[in-house]
Design a protein around this ligand. Structure first.
Ligand SMILES: [Zn+2]
Length: 264
């Protein structure tokens, strides 16, 4: 379930239940390894401890959180406390192209707080989030996410030359190189559950060009009356929604972390 994606939701939980959203759903026994919380941007420290304690998973939607002004999730804290995390695209990636390779780089780079300690995500952590971590957030956790006997063979084959040309220092760990440099155009093949679904630049199960063309053709038509109505409704509703949430996020209620005047 989505939880605490926005600051509005955090405030809503307090008004509705007099507690945090995590404490609220905990009352109903909803936390545990069977539960994956989408976003979790506005978790507090106590919430995060509780997620770790119950084995609850979090799906980190990094791009979406940027794009929708949701905030920056406390990934370093989640990782430090041992919460199971995965990476989601949430249909709102930065480039509208569902590029998971770029999303991994985004996660790798978005949480780099200043300092010299290794408290920022490593390539290995991000890779784990994108593979076995992601698997854990689904009901297929025991059968996907790693390459092992008995598991579904889900593999992406990358062109090493795309990653290593024109130069790659020998000391760069392989995983770092893949995470930092792999691009979608370097993908040579994709195997899903042992079946080749992409090879030699072509999808084997889907007529990609045909699908895009029919999508394009269908969307050349004028909007239906229903679609026009809904667009109008959305515009008409906005001022009321704004009014409803007007005092949900009030920066003046919080002490600023840094007060410029106190330094003068
Ligand atoms: Zn979402």
């Amino acid at each position: 379930m989505h939880l605490l994606e926005t600051a509005y939701q955090k405030e809503y939980a307090h008004r509705r239940g007099g507690c945090s959203a995590v404490e609220y759903i905990d009352r109903f026994g909803l936390l545990g390894p069977h539960m994956t919380l989408g976003h979790g941007v506005w978790l507090n420290e106590k919430d995060i401890d509780r997620l770790a304690e119950t084995g609850t998973c979090v799906c980190h939607n990094c791009s979406s959180n940027f794009r929708l002004r949701s905030g920056v999730a406390a990934l370093n804290r989640l990782e430090a406390q041992g919460v199971y995390t995965g990476i989601g695209i949430d249909e709102a990636g930065i480039n509208d192209d569902r590029d998971m390779l770029q999303e991994m780089r985004m996660v790798l780079r978005a949480h780099r707080v200043p300092g010299m300690d290794d408290s920022v995500p490593t390539a290995a952590q991000v890779f784990r989030m994108a593979t076995s971590g992601g698997a854990k957030t689904t009901v297929f956790g025991e059968t996907i996410g790693t390459l092992a006997v008995g598991r579904a063979a889900d593999m992406v084959l990358m062109d090493w030359r795309q990653i290593s040309y024109p130069y790659l220092d020998q000391e760069v760990p392989l995983l770092d190189a893949v995470l930092l440099r792999a691009k979608t155009e370097g993908v040579r093949g994709v195997v899903c559950d042992g079946e080749v679904i992409y090879a030699d630049g072509k999808f084997t199960k889907v007529d990609r060009d045909g699908a895009l063309k029919s999508l394009h053709d269908e969307l050349q038509n004028a909007l239906t009356d229903d679609e026009v109505d809904r667009r109008g409704l959305s515009k008409a509703l906005l001022p009321h929604v704004k009014a409803f949430y007007a005092n949900y996020i009030d920066p003046s209620r919080h002490e600023p972390f840094y007060k410029p005047s106190s330094r003068v």
